[in-house]
Design a binder for this molecule. Structure first.
Ligand code: SF4
Length: 349
């Protein structure tokens, strides 16, 4: 369980973070996803894994992408990091289309936008020490002048991610560390590039709860102290609430964003029936997440992406389904109730 109880010092910290977040919300986005689409060709037909996603990540702000597995979160994240080319749409970094960047600009983009994978076991080279892993980018980009400087900077990076005493970890191999420690090494490696955005793809989901909270606190500190923007991918609404409380949550369903707004609005007052269902399904003993009404879906089966239903993708499962528009017109993502919503019924209530 993630404990959300706060004392007065933490309350003051939260108030300060709210001010900082409000300030960052006014800043132009550092990373913009515009009409992003990814369609995979399969023998069974085209799979529209991501079907037109528009999002922005601002400095020092968290944008949390939430949804069931298979909803397109990771595909969106990979396109945002330019690890996969979109079928359509564009990724803009500081207003410049990544697809139109020259080699030098793309290299700068790769340094500025760092991707942290879900699996810390798989993302680290087993035959490299922590020092070798974290300092590789520093040495490759000639950000350090000597071996001694590389050791010193690596030590500082390990301290920054709370891997202390750093000297005890520098010469360890991944198999000599716990899952949480390995994920901290992955974060230190990302920080070595002095990133403006970190894309964290289910980066805490494989960790025990206490380690997860500690790692989220470390990431939160980096967000606040270094002004790093986060595109944070998770299937876990409790984690989204904990990490993105001063930021935004975008809920994805079958490749599309169906609700997007500030985290308190989306969590405390969800409007899209799919968001309500997600919150209703959380087992977490958190009053914000379980006091909502129980949502009974009309059907449990997620539609096949190669054979999507007519109208709203959610209509075969939706408890608010109404004959007419729901099964004939795809609801656009429009502003309503202080957020963006894609639902014929919820927008007019
Ligand atoms: Fe449900 Fe209709 Fe809204 Fe779709 S548009 S989520 S079917 S109420």
């Amino acid at each position: 369980m993630i404990d959300h109880t706060i004392d007065s010092n933490e309350a003051a910290g939260l108030a300060h973070r709210a001010d900082t977040a409000a300030h960052h919300r006014a800043e132009p986005p550092v990373l913009t996803l515009k009409g992003l689409r990814q369609t995979f060709k399969t023998p069974r037909g085209d799979v529209p894994a991501v079907a037109g996603v528009d999002l922005e990540v601002r400095p020092g702000q968290v944008l949390c992408l939430v949804g069931e597995s298979g909803c397109g979160k990771t595909t969106t994240a990979r396109m945002a990091a330019a690890l996969t080319e979109p079928t359509a749409g564009s990724v803009l970094f500081r207003g410049k289309d990544v697809a139109e960047m020259d080699r030098t600009e793309r290299a700068a983009f790769r340094r500025s936008v760092q991707y942290i994978h879900q699996d810390p076991y798989a993302s680290l080279n087993p035959v490299r020490t922590v020092y070798s892993t974290v300092s590789a980018g520093l040495r490759r980009h000639k950000l350090v002048a000597s071996h001694a400087e590389a050791r010193r900077v690596t030590t500082e990076l390990l301290e920054r991610v709370d891997l202390v005493p750093a000297e005890d970890h520098l010469d360890k191999y991944p198999h000599q560390m716990s899952g949480g420690q390995r994920q901290r090494v992955a974060i230190a490696r990302a920080l070595a590039m002095n990133p403006e955005v970190i894309i964290a793809d289910e980066s805490t989901s494989m960790l025990d709860v206490s380690i997860r909270v500690s790692l989220l606190n470390t990431l939160g500190r980096l967000r606040d102290e270094l002004g790093v923007g986060f595109l944070f991918i998770t299937h876990d609404l409790a984690v989204a609430k904990y990490f993105a409380w001063q930021g935004e949550i975008a809920v994805m369903y079958l490749g599309k964003v169906v609700e997007r707004g500030t985290a308190p609005r989306v969590i405390n007052d969800p409007r899209h029936p799919y968001t309500k269902a997600l919150i209703s399904a959380v087992c977490e003993p958190d009053p914000d997440l379980v006091r909502k009404e129980r949502v009974r879906l009309r059907g449990a089966d997620i539609p096949d992406l190669t054979d999507l239903p007519s109208g709203c993708d959610f209509h075969p499962r939706c408890p608010l389904y109404e004959e007419g528009d729901c099964d004939s017109v795809r609801p656009p993502l429009v502003r309503g109730h202080d957020r963006l919503l894609a639902c014929h019924v919820a927008t007019r209530r």
